[in-house]
Design a binder for this molecule. Structure first.
Ligand code: PMP
Length: 411
């Protein structure tokens, strides 16, 4: 559908077949679990289907028609990603299995090349486990140290502490752009500036920002940036690792196998050029093509329009939740994305979640793979409603109705 005109929510929703679902006793599905994964527009579904049914063939290897078509589409997808995040070069875009795959790749590769015993890596207290555990594993391997930037009770990072944490042993800073639990939009531009002043590279976890805000890696000046296809309306099992060419040239490959090599003998192997050096084996080429279709789709709607619409929904939701009373919201940073973590006072999240589910409201319950955030607030977990550009104010109203229902039943 053509989305070049005004923001037409009905038209947008019609692009997402899953949103038409009815659950349980014919209840409309209210999908508010977009932080976990996003739904797929028809454009993506059709592209993935078409490549499986008409054009499937291993890329970069065949000399036949199908292989040629698939290779071209895969490389075109790389260009689409480059353009979407405004990377300088196509060679700086590496396809991976997702954010987790990308971070593990950096932790291994950067760790092997640049870290020595006693070196330090800085992350923040609000990271997803995917941006904690690979660094801890690296610390065990290399006897390096992980340092943490704390956040205050509104979910705002303490930049003064951040600056103080940096020493001449600090080799890398890896922070999330938007917290998947608190919704905080971190001042990454400023954090990168501070890091670079000290000669330290920065990785940005954009798993929760790529779908909500315009990203320009050259303007941000980040050294690395990672995200997952499935959180930006694309397929699962595909993701992106962006790195400045100067770094990618220096980093050793993460995995060995087909396609990432130049010449292989039993004595020695030389590696392929960028970006293939980091893409060992048969990649998820149909996933990459599907993800590119998703990026084209949201680009046509316009990231600015999406951000403005979501910000309006967030404002509305915050007001409604406030009016509901008896609700504690975790994460009230002034710069906040449409992710709402909350608890209904005196009611266990599992009880609330069960009623929500029976009413057709899909939210996430638990620690959201960010246990240190829960430890900060001394809680087991939260309910999390994460709102996308296809959600509506009526759906927020329905969420509030579900909250009232829970209160009625449990108090
Ligand atoms: N980082 C953040 C901020 C996330 O929200 C997520 C997914 N919840 C991840 C990393 C991991 O993403 P994936 O599971 O797609 O690899």
């Amino acid at each position: 559908m053509d989305h070049t005109e005004k923001y037409d929510i009905e038209k947008i929703r019609a692009d997402f077949p899953v949103l038409e679902q009815k659950v349980y006793n014919n209840k409309p599905l209210i999908y508010l679990d977009n932080g976990a994964t996003t739904q797929k527009p028809l454009r993506v579904i059709r592209v993935v289907n078409r490549y499986h049914s008409e054009l499937n063939s291993s890329i970069h290897r065949g000399v036949h028609f199908l292989s040629d078509q698939a290779t071209n589409a895969y490389e075109k997808a790389r260009e689409t990603v480059r353009n979407f995040i405004n990377a300088e070069k196509k060679e700086e875009i590496i396809f991976t299995s997702g954010t987790t795959g990308s971070i593990n790749m950096l932790a291994f590769s950067f760790g092997e090349q640049f870290l020595e015993e006693g070196d330090e890596i800085i992350i923040s207290e609000m990271e997803h486990h995917a941006n904690i555990v690979p660094w801890q594993m690296l610390c065990e391997r290399k006897k390096t140290k992980l340092k943490v930037i704390p956040f205050d009770d509104n979910g705002v990072l303490d930049l003064e502490v951040y600056e103080n944490r940096i020493t001449d042993k600090t080799k890398l800073i890896s922070v999330t752009h938007i917290s998947n639990t608190l919704g905080t939009v971190n001042p990454v531009r400023e954090m990168i500036r501070i890091a670079h002043k000290n000669g330290i590279p920065v990785m940005i976890d954009a798993a929760q920002s790529i779908q909500h805000t315009e990203i320009d890696v050259q303007e941000l000046d980040c050294d690395f940036l990672v995200f997952s296809g499935h959180k930006v309306y694309g397929p699962t099992g595909i993701g992106v690792f962006y790195g400045k060419e100067k770094w990618l040239e220096l980093l050793p490959p993460y995995q060995g196998g087909g396609d990432m090599v130049d010449i292989v003998t039993f004595e020695k192997t030389t590696y392929n050029e960028l970006p293939f050096k980091f893409e060992a084996g048969t990649t998820n080429y149909i996933g990459a093509i599907g993800m590119a279709a998703a990026l084209e789709y949201i680009s046509e709607i316009g990231m600015k329009k999406i951000a403005a619409y979501e910000s309006d929904l967030l404002e509305y939701a915050l007001q409604k939740l406030d009016h509901s009373g008896g609700i504690t919201i975790y994460g009230l940073a002034p710069e906040k994305a449409s992710i709402l973590s909350f608890l209904i006072d005196g009611i266990h999240m599992l009880d609330a979640g069960m009623i929500f589910d029976k009413m057709g409201v899909a939210v996430r319950i638990g620690s959201h793979c960010a246990q240190p955030v829960m430890q900060h607030f001394n809680i087991d977990g939260t309910l999390r409603a994460s709102v996308s550009f296809y959600n509506t104010k009526q759906e927020i109203d329905y969420l509030c109705k579900a909250i009232q229902q829970v209160k009625t039943m449990f108090t």
